[in-house]
Design a protein around this ligand. Structure first.
Ligand SMILES: [Zn+2]
Ligand SMILES: [Zn+2]
Length: 150
């Protein structure tokens, strides 16, 4: 598991990936990567696009395209909570956390648990090298629970 990282290391991974796949190394793509790594927690493409367009001339298509590239080189992960629009999250540098997903309203709460973390970090798999993880726990949030009783 990689808990420590630097933005330079992350950029390095992206640079190598783009070169290998013969994709253009545009400043916009790196600006998007930097922006993403300044976030803690979840974001969606629209939030990212709105933040980016204040400083750069980027199109929504560029944002989506860059997200696909970053997913492909594992620098971000994509979450699909219920039928909501996709949410993204950086892979490195964030606090390792899990998700409580309400199956009624789709609300997502994050939680970390030291015991779970230690258990997973100590778990060794044959022919498998764990890089990161995230758990999803499904249920009903307190708000939905109370409204059901009414
Ligand atoms: Zn999360
Ligand atoms: Zn709910």
């Amino acid at each position: 598991m990689k808990d420590d990282y630097s933005l330079d290391a992350v950029k390095d991974i992206f640079t190598k990936y783009l070169a290998e796949r013969k994709h253009r190394r545009t400043p916009e793509r790196f600006a998007i990567l930097e922006r993403i790594y300044s976030y803690d927690g979840h974001f969606n493409a629209e939030i990212l696009y709105n933040a980016m367009k204040e400083e750069y001339r980027v199109s929504l298509a560029t944002v989506y395209n860059t997200l696909e590239l970053l997913l492909d080189c594992k620098l971000i992960v994509k979450h699909q909570f219920g039928d909501q629009i996709a949410q993204y999250e950086k892979t490195f540098g964030g606090v390792v956390h899990n998700h409580l997903v309400c199956t009624k309203c789709g609300k997502v709460k994050e939680f970390s648990d030291k015991k779970i973390r230690t258990a997973i970090q100590n778990k060794k798999f044959v022919h498998f090298d764990t890089s990161h993880y995230s758990l999803y726990l499904y249920g009903v949030c307190s708000k939905c629970k109370t409204s059901k009783k009414k």
